[in-house]
Write a protein that binds this ligand. Structure first.
Ligand code: AMP
Ligand code: MG
Length: 349
């Protein structure tokens, strides 16, 4: 299959291209498109055949449900069996934006889209291209991240090309995304709202609006025995090709430990990658050192995370040592993704 690329410059959307991309969705095809979190791989959420194609193109396990993207709150009412007041409150505060809500589904969305679950994940993205695309298609669009399953999520159209060129109908290239990690997922089907995946919208922000909100015990790093509720959080995922180890503790000791580990690995003949920060990047004595940003700015770290992991894939490193990060604000989401990428291999110094 030839993958068409529609390029958008300075958020100027060529109407002809938009119409062509929308037509692909309406006829059951797949189009990758930018959102403010990561690139999504879109298909008509109401068509079982389109959802099946998404799983196939990504090599995604079919029990891992897709997020349905909408452009208008009324669409949520079309696909949710009931709309609790919490959903309205969250939509008022955070939509359009990087927040996904889990609600009971009705029959409009097929089980192929929800991985067999009776609940559905719904988000209204804030990216102008994503919203224009949703509106032009007139469809609700099921869109997981537009990467091959198991690889780091794509934060630019070139990442999408690397993974899915020739496997999907088209890519809308809207440049680099803004946030760089996937949406926060909050489950509203339980008595107490529960965060299944941390993201840019933090637990504290949700609590300000809803009062009590829990964090899924299955994603707390200390607690690997309870499975996470979101199927996608159960897999080793967000992962670079090399083996990643997280080293946490006081900065000077972390640098010392990583230098020691890197030296040992290089003696074994391994090519080593190091995830450093602006503050520490000059403190490493060997290996491929890549700065992920300033550790004072968690949003910057989040923004660079997946690009840096992909960069190490390109460099062909065998092992990666990464510094750990503060879990304040979006730092919680960063550490959640890093721990998953590391398969929970962590060293505390
Ligand atoms: P992605 O779009 O690639 O970021 O993946 C979507 C994430 O949402 C995965 O972790 C899914 O397991 C999760 N998800 C989607 N629908 C549901 C649902 N109904 N219940 C729980 N988790 C869900
Ligand atoms: Mg994904």
């Amino acid at each position: 299959m030839k993958t068409q690329v529609f390029t958008i410059k300075d958020n100027q959307i060529n109407q002809q291209d938009m119409m062509a991309a929308a037509e692909i969705i309406r006829s059951g095809g797949l189009v990758a498109f930018p959102t403010e979190t990561v690139y999504g791989l879109g298909g008509d959420a109401t068509r079982a055949d389109a959802s099946r194609k998404i799983y196939k193109a990504k090599g995604r396990p079919s029990d891992n449900p897709l997020i349905v993207h909408i452009a208008d709150f009324s669409q949520l009412c079309q696909i949710a069996a009931k709309v609790p007041p919490e959903a309205e409150l969250l939509a008022q505060h955070f939509w359009p934006g990087p927040l996904t809500m889990i609600l009971q589904k009705n029959q409009v969305i097929p089980y192929e889209t929800t991985g067999g679950l009776d609940t559905v994940a719904i988000r209204m993205p804030a990216h102008p291209v994503a919203l224009a695309f949703l509106r032009e298609s007139g469809c609700m669009i099921a869109a997981p991240s537009a990467n091959t399953s198991g690889r780091p999520s794509p934060t630019s159209a070139s990442h999408v090309r690397e993974d899915l060129q020739g496997r999907i109908d088209a890519i809308i290239d809207g440049g680099d995304v803004e946030i760089g990690i996937e949406s926060t997922i909050v489950d509203l089907t339980e008595e107490i709202p529960c965060v299944l995946r941390p993201g840019f919208i933090t637990l504290e922000m949700l609590r300000e609006v809803l009062g009590e909100v829990r964090l899924d015990p299955g994603i707390a790093s200390e607690n690997t025995k309870v499975p996470p509720k979101a199927p996608g959080m159960r897999y080793r995922h967000y992962a670079p090709k090399a083996e990643l180890t997280l080293v946490e503790g006081e900065a000077a000791q972390v640098v010392h430990k990583i230098n020691e580990l890197a030296e040992q690995a290089m003696k074994r003949g391994c090519k080593v990658g190091i995830v450093a920060t602006e503050e520490t990047k000059t403190c490493y004595s060997g290996g491929e050192v890549v700065s992920i940003g300033s550790r004072e700015d968690e949003a910057e770290v989040a923004h660079h995370l997946y690009r840096v992991l992909r960069e190490f894939d390109e460099l062909g490193v065998d092992v990666i040592y990464s510094e750990g990060f503060d879990t304040a604000g979006v730092g919680q989401a960063v550490m959640n993704r890093l721990l998953k990428a590391a398969g929970h291999k962590r060293i505390l110094v």
